[in-house]
Design a protein around this ligand. Structure first.
Ligand code: LLP
Length: 430
């Protein structure tokens, strides 16, 4: 199997960033998320360089929803990243991690009054998702005697090649304002004293392995930008949304790079702004492609069983990685302590959750497996821990970060006490 360069096989063991996965699992226990900070930084730099070598005014905002650990946000903040934040929680974390407020965009299709007040108070730009939200934001800014700068989230009505649950710019999607209604939305915002429309934002979907749809979205955005400029909107930034998909099937998926993305999209952007006679910043918001392949989820085999199929029962399930159950997503698996053994037997890797759908990897050719073996689920860094739960009252596992030759926890494992800590005893049960 093709592996990215931070994953290697030495002495039959899988290594990440030079660290032996078998030793990490022994030291920290399983299940365990292990992340290469170096890989994340490398991917961020690739985006930044690919875009800014073609156009100087570029901001790369990390989509914090993909993996919100503060250590990851901190590493990216140090490289100058901003963030797409989708909740007050993500906003607090991004600021805590040292990201500059002016490099944050508060996104979301259902922001609460408290979310809007927080954005106003912290001076964060807001991507406004509806006219109703515009009115609420205007009122919140007025009450605080502040002016809030905004973009509108455009629904470009584009079909894209990805799982329907993660296509976000379909005409029928819940996100954004239909592109035909966008000029009217800006007209309205221009009349407001407390809201200043300076940006334009879209997102078409996630896990897209072709650069073409991004170029199509950019074309829609540039047509709108022209219309807005003619209306007198002074656009300071155009945010083209999330980044590329990643090759979850290592040997067969296409693997477009940030270079490919920039080569396809930046010319459309540049032609568009030239036609408008403006030089706004170009913003992008990659999540998955910055963090997905940085991380493996290590999980121990509890037992094997030959029934209708050969099952391998491991200690991580959809409580820790829900993508296979939720989107039928494919993740490569490697037996980390037998990483170069022949792939002799077909197994279905199943988690410990009380649901038939708790399958991490169906029908995979793997080496002969026994209880105690260690399985690495690859490409688990995006929407992995971030979407985890305590279902079946299972404490979430620890996360370890590797930086050069240094290894440390970036999150301790939860305990049963953490699960019950927020539970209250109603008075009649005292
Ligand atoms: N910006 C906005 C406004 C978004 O909604 C998203 C993702 C991103 C940026 C980042 O997109 P990316 O570069 O990661 O493709 N849980 C799903 C993915 C949901 C993505 C939602 N929005 C999964 O595990 O595949």
């Amino acid at each position: 199997m093709k592996l990215p360069h931070h994953l290697t096989i030495k002495n039959s063991h899988l290594h990440i960033n030079g660290q032996d996965c078998v030793a990490l699992a022994e030291k920290y226990g399983t299940p365990l998320y292990v992340t290469s900070e170096d890989r994340i930084c490398e991917q961020f730099r690739r985006y930044k360089t690919a875009l800014s070598s073609r156009y100087p005014k570029v901001q790369v905002l990390y989509a914090a929803k993909a993996n919100g650990n503060l250590s990851i946000l901190r590493a990216l903040a140090k490289l100058g990243a901003g963030a797409d934040v989708f909740s007050s929680g993500e906003l607090h974390c991004a600021l805590d991690a040292g990201m500059a407020p002016e490099k944050l965009l508060f996104n979301g299709s259902s922001k609460s009054p408290a979310d809007l007040r927080l954005a106003v108070e912290k001076g964060i730009k807001v991507s406004v998702d509806s006219l109703d939200e515009l009115h609420h934001l205007d009122a919140a800014a007025k009450a605080a005697a502040k002016v809030v700068t905004i973009a509108f989230r455009v629904n470009p009505a584009l079909e894209v090649p990805t799982h329907p649950k993660i296509a976000t710019g379909l005409a029928t999607s819940k996100f954004g304002i239909p592109y035909k209604e966008i000029p009217a939305a800006y007209s309205e915002a221009l009349t407001s004293e407390n809201v200043k429309p300076v940006g334009l934002h879209c997102h078409i979907g996630s896990q897209i392995l072709d650069t073409e749809p991004f170029a199509r979205a950019a074309e829609v955005m540039m047509r709108i930008a022209k219309e807005l400029t003619e209306m007198g909107v002074a656009l300071e930034f155009i945010d083209l949304g999330g980044g590329l998909g990643i090759p979850y099937h290592h040997d067969t998926d296409p693997a477009p790079t940030p270079e490919d993305y920039a080569a396809k999209v930046v010319p459309v952007f540049k032609a568009g702004i030239e036609a408008c006679g403006i030089t706004p910043e170009l913003w992008v918001e990659p999540g998955r492609s910055l963090v997905a392949d940085s991380t493996v989820l290590l999980t121990r085999v509890n037992s094997t069983k030959s029934a209708h199929k050969r099952f391998v029962n491991v200690d991580a399930g959809f409580n820790l990685l829900i993508r296979p159950a939720m989107y039928d997503a494919y993740h490569e698996v490697i037996v980390a302590n037998k990483a170069d053994a022949p792939l002799s037997t077909e197994y279905t890797v199943t988690g410990p959750i009380c649901e038939s759908g708790d399958i991490l990897a169906p029908d995979r050719k793997l080496p002969q497996i026994a209880a105690g073996d260690l399985i690495a689920v690859l490409d688990a860094g995006a929407y992995g821990f971030a979407m985890s739960s305590q279902y079946n009252s299972r404490p979430r596992c620890p996360e370890v970060l590797i930086h050069g030759k240094q290894v440390a926890l970036m999150r301790r494992g939860e305990t049963i006490g953490d699960i019950t800590a927020a539970m209250e005893r109603p008075p009649w049960q005292r």
